[in-house]
Design a protein around this ligand. Structure first.
Ligand code: PLP
Length: 421
């Protein structure tokens, strides 16, 4: 019966053939959308997507031909996205627990592996409890509204990730935005916010565009002085910053001063997808009752849970992978500086090669790909005007030879386009 209907659909040209909606409103919408798309192209901010025909990893095969491309633009900091043990754990979880839960957590969607992973995340961060989300975007969208009321205040770094900004927009607390990593401004805003019941300082632990690290020690001192809580987004820190990869709070010696951590499973921790909040147990209990992206969205698929769980096991066994990434980061940063380039940030695997000019960043990135090096140029409005750059991201699975080839290509391309004298 099902097969007959499917075959009829195909014969009729119904399956797969796009049908344009008819009517004046649909036509008007189409014109408006096309004009908006034209504006994006005209502004030079169109984002195109390259199609990868292989696994994520240091060496890629791009659809349409490019093979053996060295990849320097994934957040695959520890190279776990294609680690054989991570993949095996995903397959085992898939076979044992199925493709998915067809449900949100509180109705029929919590399996033992979800509980085990939450317990493991809390243990990894040395916190009381943890809660999983479909993404860190969701974790950020869900926390502020659940936690803060109009009686409270949130103080946010002006360069925080879009998902923190959106999460804060959704809550009814009083909003303060302090200048990027500017402790004088944060202190002024904390003084102003004393009139509110509760103050929460929210910052990225490491900022993804600049590879710079929030001054958490100073933030925590101010928080203590003005009786505030500290929230950090650790998407670009979890798994590799700090002596045992716990993150920015470990790196800066303030693990006992940061109250709430949100992070992702979609970057260093296996790279599949998913996010979480970890912190005090009553907060996690409240999120399970009130956080809308948790309550009203499907449970994480077992294969994804399997990946992240294995990634955490590997990191808790040894910090050798994180150390290998740190050594390669150091190699790239020092060789690029010796070649005459300015690299923003310090000691972070996000290595922005600062170029200033948007066109230069774009043509150099294109020319790097012609030499087999995959990097991306960023310009306004993603980064401030005059601060265009090519962002290079180092992974533990890059070889020293990969790093050296990248530096050589930058040197050639930089000379060709006048970025180096
Ligand atoms: N926070 C930061 C700082 C990020 O860089 C990202 C991802 O780009 C997110 C949150 C969202 O993470 P996810 O991909 O898990 O939604």
């Amino acid at each position: 019966m099902w097969r007959v209907a499917a075959v009829r659909g195909l014969r009729g040209g119904g399956a797969g053939a796009p049908r344009a909606a008819s009517g004046a409103a649909a036509a008007q919408l189409r014109r408006r959308l096309e004009s908006e798309l034209e504006d994006i192209r005209g502004a030079g901010t169109w984002k195109s997507e390259r199609v990868i025909a292989s696994r994520q990893g240091p060496h890629l095969h791009l659809a349409g031909g490019g093979a053996g491309i060295i990849n320097f633009c994934a957040n695959n900091y520890l190279g776990l996205s294609s680690h054989p043990e991570v993949i095996r754990a995903a397959v085992e979880a898939l076979e044992k627990f199925g493709a998915g839960l067809s449900s949100v957590r509180f109705i029929c969607g919590t399996q033992s592996i979800h509980k085990d992973l939450e317990e493991k995340i809390a243990r990894f961060h040395q916190r009381e409890d943890a809660i999983l989300y479909a993404s860190c975007f969701d974790a950020n969208a869900g926390i502020f509204e659940a936690l803060l009321t109009p009686e409270d205040a949130v103080l946010s770094d002006e360069l925080n990730h879009a998902s923190i900004i959106d999460g804060i927009r959704l809550c009814k607390a009083n909003k303060y935005r302090y200048k990027h990593m500017d402790m004088q401004d944060l202190e002024a805003k904390l003084k102003e916010a004393q009139k509110h019941r509760l103050r929460l300082v929210a910052t990225d632990g490491a900022f993804s565009m600049d590879g710079d690290i929030a001054p958490l020690r100073e933030i925590c001192q101010l928080a203590q002085k003005y009786d505030a809580l500290v929230f950090i987004d650790e998407c670009h820190a979890t798994g590799f910053l700090g002596p045992s990869g716990r993150g920015t709070d470990e790196l800066l010696g303030v693990m006992d001063k940061v109250t709430i951590i949100n992070s992702t499973l979609g970057k260093a921790l296996g790279g599949a997808a998913g996010g979480y909040t970890t912190g005090p147990k009553p907060l996690i209990d409240l999120l399970r009752q009130r956080s809308r992206p948790y309550l009203f969205s499907n449970s994480l698929p077992p294969a994804v849970v399997g990946c992240a769980s294995k990634a955490l096991d590997l990191l808790m066994e040894s910090n050798a992978i994180a150390q290998s990434m740190a050594a390669k980061t150091q190699r790239f940063r020092s060789k690029m500086a010796a070649a005459g380039f300015t690299i923003s940030g310090k000691d972070h695997p996000i290595c922005p090669v600062m170029l200033g000019d948007a066109r230069l960043a774009s043509v150099m990135a294109e020319d790097m790909l012609n030499r087999g090096i995959y990097v991306i140029g960023f310009s306004y409005p993603v980064v401030p005007k005059g601060k265009a750059r090519i962002r290079v991201q180092i992974s533990a699975v890059h070889s020293d030879e990969d790093i050296d080839r990248c530096v050589e290509a930058f040197t050639e391309v930089g000379r060709k386009h006048g970025a180096l004298s």
